[in-house]
Design a protein around this ligand. Structure first.
Ligand SMILES: Cc1cc2nc3c(=O)[nH]c(=O)nc-3n(C[C@H](O)[C@H](O)[C@H](O)COP(=O)(O)OP(=O)(O)OC[C@H]3O[C@@H](n4cnc5c(N)ncnc54)[C@H](O)[C@@H]3O)c2cc1C
Length: 469
């Protein structure tokens, strides 16, 4: 391969894999650097839920849908907060991406597409996934990518971490500086694409961009925001940090590690919610089993520190469906042994363990128990009034909003060229995927599939037609 690559792709994840495949199929001389020792990136973590309008799968199911309808629907769910240019580019190219994935072996799960599942529903059935979360997608991409690497058409370098971008006197990007196991190396390219993900696993950048949002993340540990840092050094425009919504909800396994977030099972679609949720004042603040995930997430977002306390008793512990992925005995052992899992013999004692006012928690529990007796929750209209909270020991989980995606990112134009702070493209450098910021592709809401699908769609079209050399 020559000393100057046609394309340098930073990252071999959801964006980078389609990009490298398509660019190599066009005959580009491509270098793909990947910080991890394996390809796949967030595909190893993601639920793999994707969405597009006008797919072959929809046609086979007699669902009529259009990119315009997808555009309107996405902005409706996202309160009009999605970047219009980026959304237009996405909806116009999403169906081709999913059709192509199916061509190379991706199999949608039975019963998909649906209108909604874990997020607010679309107005039509355009939302789908494979049987094995995003691994189903990786399983389709991997053999195609592997063959191109084996044939020498993609120069893949694992354990190569982008450190900075190189630019010439005119400001045009000409290459990358990379940290490798053998020290620092420099590579030159005609096009550099930042496809290296978000920053939810990068506490330093997180605290710089989103200091007001406490980080409790559960994501790929390589999502450290390196692309954003490198672009910012070249005066790239970074925006969208305010478009944040937490995921409902979890706990920090290690209080000293903001990336040690773990999920609780709190969806009323997945299990009946027998517990109550109380705020820092010991009062309930939401309908715990509201069917809208958006309602639940936004109520938690409004709480100080995105924190809430889950309160229940021994009867609920023994009889309700598991609230964590842990084995019930392992969970039981956690209470009293982990700072976020507490127990006490009285409600007042539990309040003390949770650090909330005892009188207020006692009054809240008494009122809730009366609601169970009367089968009517006048305060919050909770549906599952199954058991009173009355048998010691009493349990509390200190829960908080989880972060799986980072909101801010690199601004781009309709060709995915990185823009500087004056709004002009920085020559030769492109960005796609979560490095753009989740806020840019999904607004301040979770619109079904609107992070993973744009990542793959933008990788594909960059490789296919947006880069020239
Ligand atoms: C738990 C979870 C569930 C999710 N579920 C969904 C879902 O159902 N639907 C949806 O739309 N979205 C979902 N997402 C989000 C979505 O999966 C991601 O936003 C998307 O996969 C990101 O793609 P990407 O290409 O930008 O990043 P990645 O897929 O992470 O790829 C980036 C690659 O760059 C590498 N890299 C990082 N820094 C460097 C560097 N300095 N040098 C070289 N390489 C580097 C990384 O190791 C990685 O391989 C979920 C995310 C999580 C964490």
């Amino acid at each position: 391969m020559s000393d100057v690559y046609d394309v340098i792709c930073v990252g071999a994840g959801s964006t980078g894999l389609p990009l490298a495949i398509k660019a190599a199929e066009r005959g580009a001389n491509i270098l793909q650097i990947e910080a991890d020792n394996r390809i796949g990136g967030t595909l190893h973590w993601s639920s793999g839920q994707i969405a597009a309008a006008g797919t072959r799968l929809q046609k086979e199911n007699n669902i009529s849908d259009t990119p315009d309808a997808h555009y309107e629907d996405a902005q409706r769910v996202a309160n009009g907060q999605i970047d219009p240019t980026v959304l237009r580019l996405f909806v116009d190219n999403a169906a081709d991406t999913i059709d192509w994935l199916m061509d190379i072996g991706f199999k949608p799960a039975a019963g998909t597409p649906v209108a909604g599942e874990s997020h607010e529903a679309y107005s039509t059935r355009r939302y789908l996934w494979g049987d094995n979360q995003a691994i189903s997608i990786l399983d389709a991409l991997r053999p195609v990518h592997e063959k191109l690497v084996a044939d020498g058409k993609i120069d893949l370098r694992l354990e190569h971490r982008l450190k900075s971008l190189i630019s010439d006197d005119s400001g045009a990007v000409t290459g990358v500086v990379v940290d490798t196991l053998n020290g620092e190396q420099t590579f030159h390219g005609k096009n550099v694409v930042l496809a290296c993900g978000g920053y939810a696993a990068g506490p330093d950048l997180w605290n710089d961009l989103n200091p007001e949002i406490p980080l409790c993340s559960h994501c790929n540990p390589y999502s450290r925001g390196d692309g954003i840092v490198a672009a910012r050094e070249l005066d790239a425009q970074i925006n969208g940090k305010e478009k944040f919504l937490c995921t409902f909800a979890g706990w920090l396994e290690d209080e000293s590690d903001p990336t040690s977030g773990e999920f609780l099972a709190l969806s009323p679609k997945a299990r009946n919610i027998w517990e109550i949720f109380v705020d820092v004042n010991g009062k309930r603040f939401m309908k715990e089993d509201h069917q809208s995930i958006d309602y639940r997430e936004r109520n938690l977002l409004k709480q100080p520190g995105m924190r809430m306390n889950i309160v229940f008793d021994e009867g609920i512990r023994q009889n309700a469906s598991p609230i964590t992925m842990l084995d019930p005995e392992a969970l039981k052992a956690k209470f009293g042994a982990h700072p976020n899992f507490v127990k006490a013999d009285t409600i007042e004692g539990l309040a003390s363990e949770l650090g909330i006012p005892a009188n207020a928690l006692k009054a809240t529990v008494d009122e809730y128990n009366a609601s169970v007796d009367s089968d009517e929750d006048k305060a919050w209209d909770k549906f599952f009034l199954i058991r009173k909270i009355e048998n010691p020991p009493f349990y509390g989980i200190k829960a908080m909003g989880i972060t799986v995606l980072s909101p801010a990112g690199v601004a781009v134009d309709e060709k995915l060229r990185v823009l500087n702070t004056s709004g002009s493209p920085i020559p030769n450098v492109y960005a796609a995927g979560e490095v753009l910021g989740f806020g840019r592709t999904s607004g301040n809401a979770f619109v079904g599939g609107l992070s993973l699908t744009p990542a793959m769609a933008f990788g594909k079209i960059l490789g296919e037609r947006m880069l020239s050399w």
